[in-house]
Design a protein around this ligand. Structure first.
Ligand SMILES: C[S@@+](CC[C@H](N)C(=O)[O-])C[C@H]1O[C@@H](n2cnc3c(N)ncnc32)[C@H](O)[C@@H]1O
Length: 463
């Protein structure tokens, strides 16, 4: 008998199995790499039965955040090149299952990162109990292999992180440990201090954003704590160009958009590909500035636009793709959901005297149709889609496929093996009767994240 319940279950099982297949293929790749890297590194292993100790906690954190940090960089690049091939084969196999045969695309050699250590320009640190039980330990969470509990480990030994970020994190921990207000691990737990986000530019200007849970705390209490932390930083000669307080009622602090300037400038600025970019606390900016230059350079080589092209920049963040692309094309239109990022992009265009870029606030899936109506006369449309780790809503892919003007698409992904990104890529190419599919022509890897397993990939589609 037909049962919607059973049907749902079956659907879920199929979904889980598909996900498991995908996960299996990538786990296999990285397991193979782990075997190789432990031979190379002779690394101290945290055994699955031992308690974390003062010494092993740092190895446990290293293993989870920068698992390749003891592998020579040249070797890391080889491993990521191999991983790109794995992604490519996985994509072909998924398309094969969906009855779409493709030729393997050209995979270009990986571009390395000009800066290997201390390259991160943004870090987020949160509170949890440390291995000594101190509830106000700031850093990253690591699971204790002996009991599965989560502990917080300070970031001091991570080599991809700037010393200046670690210094601010350490100062914040010292300050919070002296404060009478408790740490907050969950928005409903009555605690106050959640963590701190630190950003900086190549010049060394720093922005710090203190994240707290305002539930149950008066404005006076919050103002007093902001002032005291600012005074504390000054008393220990930690110089921050821009200090913000970010009250957040949600588990994910990015869901709240209130940022209160406590001291200093509203923005920091970064020089990238000869342009000066404005960055607000809530705006996206590529994490590794020098490699971002390499990424954009490679991106424009692949897109190869002309002076008559129109550049459609989907998920435009602070407008980097459009601003940098503006010199090669007739005009650019960026679409971005975060208001601060859109304002930054507009101001950056003014600051650099760029007249041919327009930025629109909204979700791509909601505004793309309207934007495409406006662009109906545009010639030689080049489209760049650069969503976050999780990929985009299927509606975006549908809208792109449905639009006859979009025949050249660069999909830039920092996590191509995430299930939704894989699905996005498959759905661009898969045969269906309604819309004309894209062909995946090439993949270009750029190592944005040395010492980690992640790598930026540019997928170049044409139709
Ligand atoms: C990886 S960043 C890329 C930004 C920019 N292209 C760059 O290179 O700096 C992804 C951006 O997409 C935005 N975003 C994510 N989903 C979106 C959506 N559905 N519609 C519009 N913007 C979105 C995020 O806010 C973020 O700024």
């Amino acid at each position: 008998m037909f049962s919607p319940y059973c049907n749902n279950n079956l659907h879920n099982i199929v979904k889980i199995k598909r996900h498991a297949d995908l996960t299996y293929s990538f786990i296999n790749h990285w397991m193979h790499i782990r075997k190789q890297s432990s031979v190379i590194t002779n690394k101290i292993e945290v055994s699955s039965t031992n308690e974390l100790t003062d010494e092993t906690q740092f190895y446990a954190l290293e293993k989870s955040v920068t698992p390749l940090c003891r592998v020579p960089y040249e070797r890391q690049l080889i491993l990521k090149q191999q991983w790109t091939n794995t992604v490519c084969k996985e994509l072909r196999s998924r398309l094969h299952k969906a009855k779409t045969m493709i030729r393997l695309p050209k995979v270009f050699p990986i571009s390395s990162s000009p800066q290997i250590n201390e390259y991160r320009n943004k870090d987020e640190f949160n509170f949890r109990p440390g291995i000594d039980g101190n509830p106000k330990t700031l850093g990253f969470f690591v699971s204790n292999p002996s009991n599965g509990n989560m502990y917080c480990v300070p970031p001091m030994k991570l080599i991809n992180m700037k010393q200046s970020h670690k210094d601010i994190a350490q100062a914040f921990e010292v300050f919070v440990r002296k404060s009478e207000l408790p740490a907050s691990y969950d928005h409903m737990d009555g605690g106050f201090w959640r963590g701190i986000i630190v950003r900086s530019n190549l010049k060394g200007d720093k922005m710090a954003i203190v994240v707290a849970n305002p539930r149950g705390y008066t404005n006076d209490i919050m103002l007093d704590e902001q002032r005291r932390f600012n005074d504390f930083l000054k008393s220990i000669n930690i110089n921050i160009q821009s200090l913000y307080f970010h009250p957040s009622l949600h588990t994910r602090s990015s869901k709240d958009s209130t940022f209160i300037l406590v001291d200093g400038d509203k923005y920091i600025y970064e020089d990238l590909c000869s342009f000066k970019f404005r960055i607000s606390p809530d705006s996206f900016f590529q994490i590794n500035t020098l490699t971002a230059e390499v990424l954009y350079d490679e991106l424009f080589k692949l897109i190869n636009p002309t002076k008559t092209s129109t550049l459609l920049d989907l998920c435009s963040g602070t407008g980097t793709v459009s601003i940098i692309g503006s010199q090669h094309v007739q005009s650019c239109v960026g679409i971005e959901s975060v208001a601060q990022a859109v304002n930054d992009a507009k101001e950056t265009a003014k600051l650099n005297n760029i007249p041919n870029c327009d930025f629109i606030e909204g979700k791509v899936e909601m505004v793309l149709k309207h934007v495409m109506d406006e662009l109906s006369m545009a010639s030689n449309l080049c489209t760049v889609l650069n969503p976050g780790r999780a990929g985009v809503h299927p509606k975006v892919i549908n809208a792109i496929r449905n639009n006859r003007l979009i025949n050249s698409l660069a999909y830039v992904s920092c996590k191509a093996d995430s299930p939704i990104t894989m699905k996005n890529l498959v759905e661009l190419v898969v045969n269906n009767k309604k819309t004309r599919p894209f062909t995946l022509e090439s993949i270009k890897p750029v190592d944005m994240f040395p010492h980690t397993k992640h790598c930026e990939l540019i997928f170049m589609f044409k139709r």
